[in-house]
Design a binder for this molecule. Structure first.
Ligand code: BDR
Ligand code: CA
Length: 368
């Protein structure tokens, strides 16, 4: 008889201990579940799935505070040929094949696609292979579906963009009349503390700065969740142990993807960090529990013309708003500092990482 039979391995023991510790510390049930009388927020989630996008999709689809009207895929972390099937896979894994998924842009508005397979793996899911999805995308494009849903539900829909903003910008450009009909746009992107692709730019805005600019200039109420907060919510060994102890399809898939990605980053990129920032899930979590983030009103401009700074988000807390001095060859400078100061976005400036993980982990590991 095997001595191992019935023996709890050290790993699974640690997983159970971590899960128990999390459960013991968990916020009261009312903080984790929407009271039945609240109306769910109606959202369209735009993703470039992507490791953290995958977790964001699972979180959104397993949270009754949100009614996900559609999920739209865009090229970003990896090409659309991966982000679209990855999105369909996550929707299937969440058991939510009722949610329409649409294919979006395969390239940014004006630029060649730059991907982040160096983090997300060539297939966008850390190299973990899942079966081909049975679910098919709807016939409409992302841009068409966004416009249709917003048009038929004026003032109701929040667009949540956690990839390059190409699909959202295309929808706004194609039908500017939807601008006043959108309740809000919540974006994972930008930063008040420097970039992660260049010293200036965060990935989503770096990939499609022109799209980000269209969104920030649109006049739709905006929330920006940038690297200055997302890089403080770090998924590591402790959280992995909790997921691995979970028994849902969502927690099993999430654990596999995150474990492989941490390994991929360590071995292929020679990175010493044993953690991964939960950029996109934090953005979704903010919609479920707004106390996780602290927001501040700012005026945010997106740099599009800088040779080394395109995609940078420049946040102003107060006047003056000053572009670079005018060129001698151009028109005389306008007195921009005299322009009335107006804010165009709520920017996340502080985060409670513990509260975030106390929301995320039970949502993935517990039966819905
Ligand atoms: C953002 O870029 C992507 O790699 C992530 O999915 C996230 O949306 C972080 O800069
Ligand atoms: Ca993303």
């Amino acid at each position: 008889m095997s001595v191992c039979a019935g023996t709890i391995s050290r790993r699974s023991f640690l997983g159970r201990a971590a899960a128990a510790a999390f459960a013991a510390n968990s916020l009261p049930a009312f903080a984790l579940r929407r009271p039945p009388f609240d109306t769910p927020k109606r959202i369209i989630l735009d993703v470039d799935t992507g490791v953290d996008d995958a977790i964001a999709i699972l979180l959104a689809l397993r949270s009754s505070e949100l009614k996900v009207e559609a999920i739209t895929a865009v090229a970003g972390n990896v090409p659309l040929t991966f982000t679209l099937p990855n999105t369909l896979r996550m929707v299937e894994i969440a058991g939510r094949s009722d949610v329409p998924v649409a294919a979006g842009a395969s390239a940014p508005l004006l630029r060649r696609l730059f991907t982040a397979s160096y983090v997300h793996g060539a297939n966008g899911l850390g190299g973990v292979e899942f079966p081909e999805p049975k679910l098919k995308p709807v016939a409409e494009t992302a841009e068409q579906l966004i416009r249709k849903i917003v048009r038929s539900n004026p003032g109701e829909i929040t667009l949540v963009g956690v990839g390059p903003l190409t699909n959202v910008a295309l929808a706004l450009k194609a039908e500017p009349a939807i601008v006043p009909l959108i309740k809000e746009i919540v974006v994972m992107g930008g930063s008040l503390s420097g970039g992660n692709v260049t010293p200036a730019a965060e990935f989503n805005f770096y990939v499609d700065p022109e799209a980000a600019r269209i969104v920030f200039d649109s006049g739709v109420p905006l929330t920006m969740v940038g690297l200055n907060v997302t890089q403080k919510v770090l998924f590591g060994e402790q959280q992995l142990a909790v997921l691995e102890a979970g028994k849902t399809r969502a927690s099993e898939a999430a654990a596999k993807i995150l474990k492989a990605t941490l390994e991929h980053m360590r071995t292929r990129r020679g990175m010493t960090a044993k953690t991964m920032a939960m950029h996109d899930p934090l953005t979704v979590a903010h919609l479920i529990d707004p106390t996780i983030l602290t927001l501040r009103d700012e005026y945010v401009e997106i740099e599009t013309s800088g040779e080394f700074t395109a995609g940078e988000s420049v946040g102003y807390e107060s006047a003056p708003i000053r572009p670079s001095p005018a060129m001698k060859t151009g028109q005389a400078a306008t007195e921009t500092s005299a322009t009335e100061f107006k804010t165009n976005a709520k920017v996340a400036v502080a985060v409670d990482p513990e509260r975030f993980f106390r929301l995320l982990l039970p949502r993935l590991t517990m039966a819905p």
